[in-house]
Design a protein around this ligand. Sequence first.
Ligand code: ADP
Ligand code: MG
Length: 245
Amino acid sequence: MSLLQVQHLSRSFGGVRALDDVSFALPAGQLLALIGPNGAGKSTCFNIINGQLRPDGGAVLLEGEDIAGMAARKIWRRGVGRTFQVSAAFHSMTVLENVQAALLSHHRKLSQLWRPASAYFRDEAMQLLEQVGMAGQAQRACAVLAYGDIKRVELAMALSNAPRLLLMDEPTAGMAAHERNELMALTRRLVNERGISVLFTEHSMDVVFAHADRIIVLARGKLIAAGDAQAVRNDPLVREVYFGS
Ligand code: ADP
Ligand code: MG
């Protein structure tokens, strides 16, 4: 069974069909890219899967359970992690404190723990930072980090609930080419080591073709192609949408 099955998902905003009967599946342990021009419906799809938006119709099955329309917190507890398109790190805190705060946020007795929080989850946070290659910068303020390093911290924060499925909306936006490839290589390592699945959006075709196991293409809310890099690159509809040929 696929870890994630999106079935006939639809969502409109006023007269705009942001998602129109979209279906796809993500097996465990795969890196799946969701691409498409601006306004194609990528973020809408992500926000339905993570519970920020309700669909008008369709289902989102996580290991067979329909999570569509569930509260975001419940979906998060079921092991769906996410990174944000806009930075979610607190810049006034250190790298270590940011990841500790993410771990702490899952704790049931959050208010009681907040004051002595600096002692909590220190080892767990350091482990996560090690996995994203940021342990050596744990005590620096996030404000002084390079952009690519902030993204690594956010990845560690997203891993704090031990997700089975990780959603990354444009994780490499604003990065230089080498930083993009480093972040995707790191993501691949996490997929292999943790056995998680990743669904990500990405603008650069080079990055998608180099790093994704499978690619699905949206245009104006509709799924127009799905397959590996080779198939998608040669798909006539995709060529028309992207290259006008
Ligand atoms: P993408 O992430 O692929 O760029 P989006 O999912 O953000 O696309 O948007 C898909 C379409 O839905 C666009 O036409 C966008 O303007 C519209 N849309 C998205 N979110 C909203 C919203 N909250 N209110 C109104 N329209 C929206
Ligand atoms: Mg978007």
